[in-house]
Design a protein around this ligand. Structure first.
Ligand code: CA
Length: 233
């Protein structure tokens, strides 16, 4: 499962910018634009991390934090978003239960690094750190971590199985011949009569079916080869 963050910030531009930063890093993002809205969203779902602006209309970030720490003590890591120069009461906020700070203006890399550090401190492993995620149906691939999830279940793939699936899923409209898959994945070997691609496709299908029996992810194109497609079977 990707990490989930709730971003609470009343300035639309900043909220959207943060949403883009976290989405690009593979997180699932929810946005709230007031403390009250955040409170309602938190009643429905607890994210893995809360990014909370201090200056909000209605219930302020400080008040929301205070309320949360009364209810879910130590459970939900909170990063405070704060304008530069308002950090004089940093100690007070840490005492209220904030895990860390980000000061505006911020660098995307810093935001993600602090978020991941906050998760680590809470014993949650950051996933897909800094990498893109490829999603198709119930399939999620994290190329940097070389990690594959099907219906939220992590698959154990060999290097070649991963490369094969990543190539197919990354170009879902393209039909690949066995020869061309072999050349691209096994690089330079002579294809000849060998059965390597078929065997790997068959193993991949088996592993994916175990996690998601309703979907056929790799289609056989008769007389040509294979293509990706997350179709219900
Ligand atoms: Ca604000």
């Amino acid at each position: 499962m990707p990490n989930r963050i709730l971003i609470v910030e009343d300035e639309n531009d900043i909220n959207d910018l943060l949403a883009r930063i976290f989405t690009a890093a593979g997180w699932r993002v929810n946005q709230a634009f007031s403390g009250t809205e955040a409170g309602l969203l938190l009643e429905r779902e607890t994210p893995d991390l809360l990014l909370l602006d201090r200056m909000l209309p209605g219930m302020s970030g400080d008040e929301l934090l205070q309320k949360l720490r009364g209810e879910k003590d130590g459970f939900l890591p909170v990063l405070i978003l704060s304008a530069k120069g308002t950090l004089s009461d940093k100690v007070g906020l840490l005492r209220l239960g904030a895990d860390d700070y980000i000061t505006k203006p911020f660098e995307p890399e810093e935001v993600i690094a602090r978020a991941e550090a906050a998760l680590r401190r809470c014993g949650k492993r950051p996933e897909a750190s800094g990498g893109d995620v490829l999603t198709a149906g119930n399939l999620q691939m994290y190329p940097q971590a070389r990690k594959v999830l099907v219906k939220g279940q992590e698959l154990t793939l060999t290097v070649h199985e991963f490369d094969l699936l990543f190539l197919l899923a990354g170009n879902p409209d393209k039909v690949y011949s066995r020869e061309s898959l072999y050349e691209q994945i096994w690089q330079g070997g002579y294809y000849g009569e060998n059965n390597t691609v078929n065997v790997h496709v068959s193993n991949l299908r088996k592993k994916m079916r175990a996690a998601d029996p309703e979907t056929e992810y790799i289609q056989t194109v008769y007389g040509i080869g294979f293509k990706f497609g997350a179709f219900s079977s």
